[in-house]
Every structure is written in structure tokens, then in C-alpha cells.
Write a protein that binds this ligand. Sequence first.
Ligand code: GDP
Length: 302
Amino acid sequence: MFEKLRNTFSLIISNLSKHELSEKEINKVLEEMILSLVECDIAYEVAAEISENLKNMLLGKKVSNSELKDIVRENLRQILLKIFYEIPKIDIIERINEKKKLNLPFVILFLGINGTGKTTTLAKVAYLLKKKGYSVVLVCGDTHRAGSIEQLKQHAMKLGLKTIEQKYGADPAAVARDGVTYAKTHKVDVVLIDSAGRIQTDKNLMDELLKIVRVVSPDIKIFVGDALAGNDAVSQSKEFLKYTSFDGVILTKMDADAKGGSAISIVYATKRPILFIGTGQNYEDLEEFVPEKLVDHILLKE
Ligand code: GDP
């Protein structure tokens, strides 16, 4: 996982720690660093900011060579962590409990492009919540893509959960409303709504999503992005943010991502927190996102 980014940071640390560098030498290393980071799916602006911060930190330092490597590593660590900690976290469980106290279901709408792992992720979240003791209903809100309703029903069957659906071509907002009404009458804690994907620039798709939002007022909207898509995932997220907005991100396929920059770039670009990461194809493969874990993995000491 993230071998490419890890090797890049390792090289940067050793290049900056060789000997006492002049400003010119530091600039050269940092210029090369920006290009390498961009190749690892780190957005250019993020790479440039990392470079600027690192430069400011290094120029003021009078340290011995033996300490330099640790100092560069620690500075990088702080710079990367700051990107994540500038964004307020969301505690879904706490939010669900608040609604539960009011005898109301907590409604989550999943957004994202087809193929990113949206349906699987919705099922993983359902599995996690069921394991924690919450009752959950799934809403087949993608009424466009052939097979999408059956796909979600199959997950529901495996997980022992109920689905709410209508026919293909039905208005997704009406299906979503059915789901919320069902949850209210049957005292279900959480409603998870799937939605259609298509391409992010599709105006009809965005209008349809906005209608769902208007009709059921989800408590939280989660954008599902594919870590492997790198900068494409970042531009998709920006497009969704512009039209429907969302509160948090789940980044899938982190287990297969050799580059590793998507998480950093998406948080930087959207200013939304990553709630969970997908780390495999099974229901248990959903982990809470812990910035330190990612950053320490990337900056692992060799
Ligand atoms: P959707 O079209 O966005 O609903 O995507 P699906 O849920 O059908 O997922 C597409 C593919 O990605 C499936 O083969 C999933 O098993 C796979 N997938 C989803 N999440 C992950 C993940 O975190 N890691 C890996 N390795 N595969 C994933």
C-alpha cells in the first residue's frame, strides 16, 4: 500500500538530510519533490504548499547532520497531519445516537460515480452499523443502472436487511421517501440510500440528486471516491461538492493503491473529512480513517 509515495518521501528525506544545504540546493530538491509528489496523485497545490512549508522550516534550522533526517521527517509529518486536522471530524455514531434519542431515523445518502465501490461501501457501512446493534434499511435509489437494484438486494440478503425499492425508471426521490417513511413507522435507526452514478458532469444526475436531498433532507451525504482514480477522484469530488455538496468522504480501494496521494488531495481540495477507508472486498474491510496511521505509514522509517 502506497509504496510509491513512501519511496518518494524516503528519497526526499535523505536528499534533504545529506549535509548542510544551501538555499539553492534546498530549492532544487524541493522542485524535484513537487514533481514526484504530483506523480503520486498529490494535487499540485498541495505539493507546492508542502514544499513551501518545508522550506521555511529548513531555512531557519541550525542542526547537526545526524539530527537532520529526523527533523525533516517530523516536519513532513506535521505538514501532512495539519491538512487532515484543519478539517473538523464527524462522529457518525454520535450523530446516529442523537437522532435515536429523538425517535427519528438517521438518513445517509451515498454519492459518487459508478464503479468506485459505492454499493459495496454502502453494504459495508450497513454491516458495521448492524454489528454495533443499530437497525438498518437499505434504499435502492439507483433506478437507472441495470442490475443495481438486484446488486443491493443481494447485499441486503447476505446481511439480513430489508430493502426499499421501486421499478427501474422510478423517481429516486420517491424511493428515498418510501425508505424514510418505512424507517419512521418501523422505528429503524438508520436509512442508507444508494444513488445513481453516471458521470459527474451529467446535469440530470445532479438535478436528480438535488431532488433526493430536497425530499428527504439526509442527515449526512457521503461522497464515495476511488483511491485508484487519483486526481480523477479529486475532480469528481469537486464537481459533486459544487452541485449537491456533501459532508464527508469514504475512499475505497486503499488496499490496492500503490501511489497513496488521493486521501491527502481529496481532503485538501474539498475540505471535507474522510470518514472511512475501504481496504478490501469483504464487508469487514472498512476502517475508520486515522490520519496518523496513513501519515506514519507513508513516512515509515527505513
Ligand atoms: P459501484 O458501481 O460504485 O456501486 O461499485 P461496486 O460496489 O459494484 O464496486 C466495484 C468493484 O470494486 C467491486 O468489484 C468491489 O468488490 C470493488 N471494491 C469496492 N470497494 C473496494 C475496496 O475497498 N477494495 C478493493 N480492493 N475493492 C473494492
